[in-house]
Design a protein around this ligand. Sequence first.
Ligand code: PPS
Ligand code: MG
Ligand code: MG
Ligand code: MG
Length: 329
Amino acid sequence: MSFEQELNIAKEAVRKASLLCAAAQHGLIDSEKHDKADKSPVTVADYGAQALVLSSLATAFPEDPAVGEEDSSDLRKPENAELFSKVVEYAQKIDSELDADSVLAAIDRGNHEGGSTGRFWTLDPIDGTKGFLRGEQYAVALALIENGEVVLGVLGCPNLPVDPANPNSEKGCILYAVKGEGAFQAPLSDIGTGKSISTDSVSDPAKAVFCESVESGHTAHGRSAQITEALGTAVEPFRMDSQCKYAAVSRGQASVYLRLPTRPGYEEKIWDHAAGYIVLLEAGGKICDTLGSPLDFSIGRTLKENKGIVATSPRVYEPVVKAVVASGQ
Ligand SMILES: Nc1ncnc2c1ncn2[C@@H]1O[C@H](COP(=O)(O)OS(=O)(=O)O)[C@@H](OP(=O)(O)O)[C@H]1O
Ligand SMILES: [Mg+2]
Ligand SMILES: [Mg+2]
Ligand SMILES: [Mg+2]
């Protein structure tokens, strides 16, 4: 098996970060969250999870750089001292060897620029921070990119039911894939026991189940309703936060994930898609952007050559992409 050590380290790091996030989500207080310069939210759990994962990777693979969503600049400001001390407190509960300096250093290992040569990790310590704050779905998303290609991905989904058919089943899943070796899911409570997962085999787009972001600022809800109608279904997409949407399509719970640009200049971030992308492909799914172009992870921290995302199970891919392209921009 390829990347065996990388996969084991990545799964364990994501498991630990998921534990931290789950512990922080219950009863998060105002001093544990913060608005970044771009007005998007970040919490003690985003910072704590990035510190845990990037310090595990630094120990196991000291030569590997990382592209992480967060950086420590706000945490170093005197006015955020309380937030910073809580980050250290949460991180130490999971890894007692971390201290204030090593937390800052680990977070800042995520400052790599990405690109087309060599290998690097990409991490979204909490994808769907808005969902996390609402008490709903979120994901810890970690992927390895080699010479511009995603080769490994791990998604920790602490609030996702293990059994897609039973919303009351145990919550907390880890999904993972290595290129060419299939996709697997295990409960977060026992990450050693992965079961193979695959996308659905729906071929009639009118019968496809669609999903999309909860946040109307992240995807154009009106346009997706037009697309589903054009494909012959009156059922609008169900809404779910974060890369859990990739998990849903990868395990046959949904057939299509649409992410339709809401404003022209927005560039999708590689950490918002890399892990979900490889899990979906290895589960048998297909993916492109809203113009029908392949996703390009080789040009830096963003997917700047792409516009939005269309991720589907294999048999509905062509009609869905056609309908998305025909729906304009
Ligand atoms: N304008 C715009 N368009 C598209 N995407 C955007 C936009 N603004 C933000 N983001 C990114 O959306 C990530 C959250 O993903 P979701 O929309 O799937 O989840 S959620 O509904 O916000 O919970 C979110 O990731 P996190 O910051 O990790 O939560 C952002 O990177
Ligand atoms: Mg964010
Ligand atoms: Mg994200
Ligand atoms: Mg995030």
